[in-house]
Design a protein around this ligand. Structure first.
Ligand code: AMP
Ligand code: MG
Length: 328
């Protein structure tokens, strides 16, 4: 693809203007950085898929400045979706709804539904408000790589491939939004995120988890997948990722010298890893996980042992990303 001269910007007005003119702008949200594009402009959306190298069957989430504007992207708001928007938006939640025809077919990968999200980040909201169009925004990284949570990481992957990058602080949550399909008879949690199944069930009690059995059946049979993105390779650094429960196994010094480790506890500092990070909390582990994987690649470390996150709170979402980073 033709190399662009990427602008580094600090102005929401400039970002909104580029989006309205059919360009691509990376900007921060509370989850990860996104690459924003006008979701009603098919040519612009096609450029976005090319810039990311994203498979065309992986739908994009449409971002809006206010939950009250859901009708800019969706054709209907079922009661459960309204309850979830009321409870959690703006925030790290995507609800899948019947699609409105003005949203480009490429955005939804030909599906009849659209995922909408209202980010809770002052810069993102200002850009969305000024752009005044629905903005499709996938994570700001080359397809398959760990998501961008700092503008520097976004630049590593996308400089020369998108029109602008908003220079802002690193994102706080660090893991992509919870995705709930509200287009069927019962809400289905498609992707875990900072908002947990238990939290969703307080407001939409029928919400159920998409089971691993369901996913396996879809892969084996090739049947129409309601969320194709959950099947693509994702979040993978060049280094080999090995998930461990607790501490890494005993390994020789030769292997240690080309290995990294990250986790939250119980680590004996006498281990001699090439690179090692112990996070102070589950939240900071989630927030720093992708950036650590990227640092492993910057330092050309060959493998990374990743301590599996506990199955609680945001740990469940982090564990999901860890498993996928490990190729599972
Ligand atoms: P990303 O932009 O990389 O955070 O990925 C967006 C993900 O949201 C996709 O990979 C899907 O899993 C999910 N998604 C987006 N739109 C839809 C939709 N219409 N139906 C189901 N899942 C969706
Ligand atoms: Mg992504």
């Amino acid at each position: 693809m033709r190399r662009l001269l990427t602008e580094y910007i600090h102005s929401p007005e400039r970002a909104a203007k580029i989006i309205r003119d059919g360009g691509l702008v990376a900007f921060p949200t509370e989850t990860v950085f996104g690459i924003g594009v006008d979701a009603t402009n098919g040519d612009a959306v096609a450029k976005l898929f090319e810039a990311k190298g994203r498979p065309s069957d992986n739908p994009l989430i449409v971002h809006l400045d206010d939950p009250a504007h859901w009708a800019r992207a969706a054709s209907d708001l079922p009661g459960v979706a309204e309850a979830l928007l009321d409870a959690f938006c703006p925030g790290p939640l995507t609800v899948v709804l019947p699609k409105r025809p003005t949203i480009s077919e490429q955005v939804t990968a030909g599906l009849t539904t659209v995922g909408i999200r209202i980010p809770d980040h002052p810069i993102a909201r200002e850009i969305l408000q000024l752009a005044a169009v629905p903005v499709a925004a996938p994570s700001a990284n080359r397809s398959g790589r760990p998501s961008g949570t700092t503008w520097q990481s976004v630049s590593e992957d996308l400089d020369g491939r998108i029109d602008a990058i908003f220079k802002a602080n690193s994102t706080t949550i660090g893991i992509e939004s919870t995705v709930v399909d509200c287009s069927g008879s019962q809400p289905v949690l498609l992707r875990p995120g900072a908002i947990t199944l238990e939290q969703l069930q307080k407001h939409a009690p029928q919400t159920k988890q998409l089971g691993t059995q369901d996913k396996r059946r879809m892969i084996v049979s090739g049947e129409q997948v309601n969320s194709p993105g959950i099947l693509h390779p994702h979040y993978q650094p060049n280094a080999k990722v090995i998930m461990v429960d607790g501490l890494p196994p005993e390994i020789s010094n030769d292997v240690l010298a080309v290995s990294a480790f990250c986790g939250i506890e119980g680590f004996d500092e006498s281990h001699d890893f090439a690179l090692c990070k112990i996070f102070e909390s589950l939240e900071s582990y989630a927030a720093g996980f992708y950036e650590f994987l990227r640092e492993v690649d910057r330092q050309s470390v060959q493998r990374v042992f990743v301590q599996a996150a506990p199955d609680e709170g945001i740990g469940r979402a982090l564990r999901d990303r860890q498993r996928r980073a490990a190729g599972g």
